[in-house]
Design a protein around this ligand. Sequence first.
Ligand code: SAH
Length: 216
Amino acid sequence: MADTFEAKGKRKKLVAELRQKGISDEEVLRAIDTVPRDLFMDPAFLIHAYVDKAFPITSGQTISQPYTVAVQSSLLRVKKRDKILEIGTGSGYQAAILAEMGAKVYTIERFRELFLKAQGILTSLGYSADFFYGDGYEGKPQYGPYDGIIITAAVSEVPESLLHQLKTGGRLVVPLGDSSYQVMTVVERTGPDGFERSGHGNFVFVPMLKGTVNGK
Ligand code: SAH
């Protein structure tokens, strides 16, 4: 898939805007500067690909706002070769950012259509990530434990099963709240039964829902 000169210029502007909004993790900014977000969106929205906003994708879901992707990616504190589990593949853009940062990405999506599409885009961009069609509430214990877990859909309680798939010292980043808004929350695993929470601003996500959706 082709990246264009125009898109590259727009990404530079987006990175400058994210810096102004307080994003300072250079690896996150470099990844946003590199990954062509326009390829993850419906053709009708191409013109808006580098505006700092969320946009609708298929199956009634959204591609997260670049600022939100930047905040979640920064809070994960990704190091090269870290194992990261993402719940809510959606467009695949967040997964591509993490792969660009050098993480080994495992990502789960409950909509079959989105799972297939995202897998296709990342593969064509040359990123290797492991895609799963399934219910993220269960996680993927067989590939864990993980250095980081990122949930990109809103939950009212942190799913217990996922906490237990974190390494000691690992971080789970999750928007926690009701449907009106959520607090970006980091849960750090400090020991076998030790977990510490911190809050990092308000966001609005689509809800994390149980089960899978196989149709269009
Ligand atoms: N990370 C995405 C944002 C996706 S929006 C991106 O970069 O585009 C949230 C996604 O979470 C939606 O695609 C939704 O279908 C998915 N989702 C919601 N509940 C889920 C669950 N239980 N398991 C897996 N995916 C889920």
